[in-house]
Design a binder for this molecule. Sequence first.
Ligand SMILES: *Cc1c(COP(=O)(O)O)cnc(C)c1O
Length: 390
Amino acid sequence: MDLITRGNNVIMETYKRFPLVFDKGQGCVLTDINGKEYLDFMGGIAVNALGYAHPGLMDAMKTQMEKLVHVSNLYWTEPGIELAELLTKESGLDKVFFCNSGAEACEAALKLCRIYGKLKKHQNAVEIIAMDQSFHGRTYGAISATGQKKYQANLEPLLPEIYHVPFNDIEALKAQINPNICGIILEPIQGEGGIHPADPEYLKAVRKICDQENIVLIFDEVQTGIGRSGKLFAYQQYGVVPDVVTMAKGLGGGVPIGGIIAKNHVAEVFTPGTHAATFGGNPFVCATGKYVIETLTAPGFFESVAEKGAYLKSQLEALKKEHPSIKDVRGMGLMIGAEVDGDLGVIVAKAMDKGLLVITAGSNAIRFVPPLIITKEQIDQAVQIFSECL
Ligand SMILES: *Cc1c(COP(=O)(O)O)cnc(C)c1O
């Protein structure tokens, strides 16, 4: 029996998978079990920041693996402390909580802002505002905050007291503000919703409202964070600092790690027993994450991401002039969406056939989120293949 049939026999069908079985990867190229190579512009959905089989990353993993993979969070280990030191220093925020995924990071942030509301505002300060077209993950809290009905089908009743407003619409947000709001959660660049960046003025105005009303501002940077935007966090591009930032995808370079970083006045409402994660921040994933962050924050790395991202965007904009089916090119750094008028599934399948991996975002965009180590030559190759698929 072939592998895909065997897979379908035993693995739940929560994903509509492509009929591709990957065997190995090197740099930004993946190889399937038939030996066919693919240039990877989806990077495990913005996860594989350093590509595949990165020598330094593998060394960091091997070294830590041989020493210690897991002990309980009832004890201290050095890699977690070191990674948290790096993250707080680079983010300008104060305290880290480690977990294992993006949904869990959002879950931690939502719990944190509700506890904050109860303890630092009043007993009824439990309401949370989230954005239409947002995506925060699949756990019950995160899916309740997610602003896309298709992900919530048959899951009701959802977590109560979460209200959605249109993204980038400050008047709509203001209309929803009342003394019972404890938190606002948004993605600085909506990812799954179709690569929609926030307007800088909007984020500044949201920050001001949160300051005036003592509301916890949460930026979900699970996709935009860890260098994707050309800075460690996208908020550093905007110059607007949240009270809590979530992270996951790129942080472990492929191993499952997530977390939040919060300002002290918010972080302090988590006390022993309020929240936990058995695997969260174990020495193996933290040593791996530490290597990722050290590599990204080395001199010149973010500049190269910004430069390559601008190049990719300009090449797609040039393509837009030739192809009227491209309606818009959006995004920042190496998180770019091309809005295409056409059958996105057909485009993705054609690209795959020609050896290029891309995915969709929202209902109308093709998403380009390659490993951050992608080269200009590979960008040229990808844009060429994409052009042939239109
Ligand atoms: C992917 C994503 C999540 C969910 O992450 P998981 O690791 O799949 O739970 C949450 N928020 C944003 C913005 C994401 O892009």
